[in-house]
Design a protein around this ligand. Structure first.
Ligand code: MIC
Ligand code: SF4
Length: 641
């Protein structure tokens, strides 16, 4: 059978199982990445595994999220990660070096290899022909400790790109267009594989913008072939030796195919409050803008920021607009400083931040009350920017720059000639923000500040599980809803008890109180429960508060894996209409759950006042063993005993 690129790489790295759609397989992991806000948990978990050396070819610990040190907490987390990196043989990327995905693409990503990262936007490196999957921190710790990763062999959705983008239309508009077509759950269960003549029209960083936001489709990952464009990118980064040509077989077999003519795409925006709420900008009324934020792992490449600098050169940011720019990497910032583009940004009135996630994760720059904020980022969930009443629109860097000058959200294609960016022959890479692990690591220990607390561990699953419905949520609940993340809360990523006070904070203020008063209980969700980030805090905090199971119409991939790893049972309603039969504080019981899980039969839920409801567990035999042990760490311990 003619193979997709995805299946070729999975087969190359296969450790167990057979790569047939729907089968559970394990694959060899070549590289891992962590960032600091998920990384503290990862390295605590790695510590608990008692290993000496990691099993990957390369692992990198980036510090890019919690870079605002308003107290000792973040600085302590950085120190912990730095010492853990040295102890286990991991490369440490200092704060200020840039955003993990942009840096990994520039410095380490390799076509044909497998990367697992504790961040949902790890698929960015798919732009370079690599299988790069975002996962919960524990899966990354296991990948480092054991060298493998388990996943369900995915369905493959082929997006064939033909034609050429019109002036002022860019890669961001392409992925917004795809989101409009497929929605935030359209990619669940799939890897998206791009092909077609249109691919060669896109640079590696354009491709990375597209694979980055495949996370917003709910896809396991997205991938582009590795071709001459990839080779040229690697040569400029001084990494020609990493190049391998990787493409799908001609006439490869796919589970679903879509064809997109790049020429049909217009400048787009995702309107509040979902990345799939997409329209063509020309079809909406002019909107007055208060803030424009440029950067994030989606749009902070050299080309993106140079386009912005060219548009702003000699112009002035509108008096009512705050324009803030966070570059993707220190090298990009340095190059723009050397070639004068940084001066053009500053002269126009832009606020320049350090190379980091910055406003994308609410690390400062929360807009004013009721503000309209245009962002080149990837998520516009309500409240994520730090201001609940703000409206965030996702747009391309071109649209951002033109709108910052105009003071309104406008279609950039009415703005005359589009800037063309010439890439330098070399990116003149330098290494001063990377700390490589010492060769002799004997006797090295980690440093843990007072803010770093132990993480909760579950107990063995019981045959019957009962409790009250603590919360009933709607569809597309995000991990930003379950465990909000902002400048105030990020310092507590290694302090679950403190974080727990804010659980489900965008929906209710008192979830932690409800949970304590009722000795834990259940959460009821709608479709696509847990979409968004990879943060396992969205499972660890509910675990700490005694949540036993989440019952939903359907789940997002990474969050479901995080629930299982924490020993919280994700259960799907057999009949979606039964969602209407739950009310908060209903007393419910899961009956004979272990027996049903083992026999693969439906699980009966008894609701004291109503007729029983049928639930389904959608997972592998291994997942069931993990749940029976009360989570992955207990399971791994039992395997070792
Ligand atoms: C995000 O963009 O939501 C984050 C912050 O990068 C998260 C990780 C986290 O919560 O630490 C993600 O995307 O996985
Ligand atoms: Fe950082 Fe934002 Fe990218 Fe998450 S989405 S990794 S917060 S830049």
């Amino acid at each position: 059978m003619k193979k997709s690129l995805v299946y070729k790489i999975l087969e190359k790295n296969l450790l167990s199982g057979s790569v047939i759609e729907g089968n559970e397989i394990s694959i060899k992991v070549n590289q891992t990445l962590t960032q600091d806000s998920t990384g503290t948990m990862v390295y605590l978990q790695l510590e608990s595994m008692g290993i000496k050396d990691i099993k990957t070819d390369l692992s990198v610990a980036y510090i890019d999220h919690n870079t605002l040190q308003s107290g000792f907490e973040n600085a302590d987390d950085h120190e912990f990660i730095k010492t853990a990196a040295a102890k286990y043989g991991i490369i440490y990327s200092k704060p200020g070096n840039g955003i993990c995905h942009q840096l990994h693409l520039e410095r380490f990503a390799k076509p044909g290899d497998v990367l697992i990262g504790s961040d949902s936007h790890t698929p960015t490196c798919g732009g370079l022909g690599m299988i790069s999957v975002g996962s919960g921190g524990l899966d990354v710790a296991v990948a480092m400790a054991k060298g493998y990763y388990y996943l369900k062999a995915p369905k493959v959705l082929n997006i064939e790109l033909v034609g050429k983008l019109k002036p002022w239309v860019s890669a961001k508009d392409v992925i917004l267009f795809v989101l409009k077509e497929l929605s935030v759950k359209g990619g669940v269960g799939y890897v998206v594989e791009y092909s077609g003549d249109g691919v060669k029209e896109l640079s590696v960083t354009d491709r990375a913008t597209i694979t980055n936001m495949g996370a917003e489709l709910g896809a396991t990952t997205s991938i582009f072939p590795s071709d001459e464009v990839t080779k040229e990118f690697l040569i400029k980064q001084g990494r020609e030796k990493d190049f391998v040509n990787m493409t799908a077989d001609e006439d490869a077999v796919y589970d679903r195919k879509i064809k997109i003519n790049l020429n049909d795409i217009e400048p787009m925006t995702a309107m509040p409050h979902s990345p799939d709420n997409v329209v063509s900008i020309k079809d909406i009324e002019k909107i007055k803008v208060d803030q424009v934020a440029i950067g994030s792992c989606t749009n902070s490449s050299y080309t993106d920021l140079m386009k912005v600098a060219k548009i702003l050169k000699g112009k002035k940011v509108d008096p009512d607009v705050s324009l803030v720019i966070s570059p993707g990497s220190s090298n990009i910032l340095r190059m723009m400083s050397d070639n004068g583009a940084l001066g053009d940004l500053i002269s126009a009135g832009a606020r320049i931040l350090e190379a980091s996630c910055g406003p994308c994760i609410g690390m400062g720059q929360a807009p004013k009350t009721d503000a309209v904020s245009l962002r080149t980022f990837n998520r516009n969930f309500k409240g994520r920017c730090g201001t609940k009443s703000a409206d965030v629109y996702l747009i391309s860097p071109e649209t951002a720059a033109v709108s910052a000058v105009a003071g309104y959200l406008i279609d950039p294609s009415t703005s005359g000639d589009m800037p063309v960016i010439e890439l330098p022959d070399t990116f003149d890479v330098y290494e001063n923000y990377f700390i490589y692990p010492p060769i002799d690591r004997d006797g090295l220990e980690v440093t843990m500040g007072p803010n770093i607390k132990a993480f909760p561990i579950n107990k063995d699953l019981k045959e019957n599980v009962k409790g009250k419905v603590l919360l009933k949520t709607g569809d597309n609940i995000t991990t930003d809803d379950i465990m909000p993340s902002n400048a105030k809360l990020l310092p507590f990523r290694s302090n679950i008890p403190e974080l727990s006070k804010y659980c489900f904070g965008t929906i209710v203020d008192d979830f932690h109180i409800r949970a304590k008063e009722n000795d834990g209980g259940f959460v009821i969700g709608g479709d696509n429960y847990g979409q968004g980030s990879s943060r396992e805090h969205a499972a660890l905090v509910p675990l700490y508060l005694g949540v036993k199971a989440v019952i939903a119409k359907s789940f997002a991939r990474i969050h479901k894996a995080n629930l299982i790893n924490s020993g919280i049972i994700p259960l799907v309603l057999k009949n979606k209409e039964d969602y209407n039969n739950f009310q908060e504080l209903d007393e419910i019981e899961l009956v004979d759950i272990i027996e049903s899980l083992e026999n693969g039969t439906e699980i009966e839920l008894v609701n004291k006042t109503k007729t029983p409801i049928k639930l389904i567990f959608e997972g592998s035999k291994r997942d069931i063993e993990i749940l029976k042990c009360g989570g992955y760490l207990n399971y791994a311990k039992k395997l070792n005993d």
